[in-house]
Design a protein around this ligand. Structure first.
Ligand code: ZN
Length: 117
């Protein structure tokens, strides 16, 4: 994974342990898929469910889903992190890419960085 965005310069790993949240999202999705395979597999084939086939499908999903969802889990976690902790001046983003609303908000803060009174 690239350490920063090639367009705006945002450093993706904003703090140590940043990707623990993406790991959590990935595990949640994998467990949800495994449980759905087990419940739906048994539910639709009741009263004689093919336990070996259902278990094999669940095991394959438990391994494959985290690998398949890995890039999206990081992207999704970065979006959640940015929503919870908006960009700061130390995130390395070029000034031209900062949102105008954020600049206005920073300008209005006491001791802000802008020139407005
Ligand atoms: Zn960018």
């Amino acid at each position: 994974m690239a350490p920063r965005c090639s367009t705006c310069g945002l450093v993706f790993q904003r703090e140590p342990g940043q990707w623990l949240g993406s790991w959590f999202l990935n595990i949640c999705l994998a467990q949800t898929v495994v449980v759905l395979i087990l419940v739906l597999g048994v539910g639709f084939s009741w009263p004689d469910p093919p336990i070996v086939a259902i278990s094999l499908a669940a095991a394959v999903a438990a391994v494959a889903v985290p690998f398949a969802f890995f890039p999206w889990s990081r992207t999704l976690w970065l979006a959640i992190d940015l929503a919870m902790r908006p960009l700061g001046f130390d995130d390395g983003v070029a000034p031209g890419f900062e949102l105008q609303d954020d600049l206005d908000r920073l300008r209005d803060e006491p001791g802000g960085h802008g020139t407005a009174a």
